[in-house]
Design a protein around this ligand. Structure first.
Ligand code: CA
Length: 195
């Protein structure tokens, strides 16, 4: 049998805002839900820096800092913005901006996004990413992703970028709800736009 199936591929492309790879395959090694998942939020606005591909290869895990204040969270992360900025309206020197805020994507606990979330700080989309440890608040938590500077984002169940995964694509501001990877994401990598 030939592997190509243009009818199925076209159907997937037509209906799927996200593309699932590896689900149900023989190599599937799905994680069990994490019983130690933190019940209370560490703060509504969280930041973590984009790890480089080399750091991912070395097994470096993400450090996440959170605050109840959006501007406090950003200031602690070194993101410069005016004090009247909000998640939906960032101002720098009085000018409203979006990508200049310097995050590659924002991930959210609920479907459909939220004002609060995990802001991944970085400017490159060359396969860098983030990875959680079991027990981290954001491990197995994410259900939606807003693309900012990176057009292709791959979400894995495991924290080592292998096994079942789900890809979202979109321009800056595009929000995607996750399907099978909802509440299962343990590592993510960021790439340039797919198309
Ligand atoms: Ca997981």
């Amino acid at each position: 049998m030939h592997a190509r199936n243009p009818v199925r591929a076209a159907a997937l492309a037509a209906v799927a805002p996200s593309i699932v790879v590896g689900i149900g395959g023989p190599a599937r090694a799905a994680e069990q839900p994490n019983p130690q998942k933190a019940a209370t939020s560490p703060g509504r606005y969280c930041t973590t820096r984009l790890l480089s591909p080399a750091e991912l290869d070395q097994g470096v895990k993400s450090v996440v800092n959170c605050s109840e204040s959006f501007t406090d969270a950003m200031a602690r992360a070194g993101v410069r913005m005016d004090p009247n900025s909000t998640p939906d309206a960032v101002f720098v020197d009085g000018v409203q901006t979006r990508d200049a805020s310097g995050w590659v994507a924002v991930h959210y606990d609920p479907y459909g996004g939220s004002a609060q979330g995990l802001y991944v700080l970085g400017t490159t989309c060359e396969g860098g990413g983030i990875s959680f440890n079991a027990g981290d608040y954001w491990n197995d938590k994410i259900s939606s992703t807003r693309h900012q500077s990176c057009g292709t984002i791959k979400h894995w169940d495991a924290n080592n970028y292998t096994g079942p995964a789900e890809i979202t694509t979109g321009g800056s501001g595009n929000l995607s709800n996750l399907g099978p990877m909802s509440d299962r994401v343990s590592s993510i990598r960021y790439y340039t736009p797919a198309q």
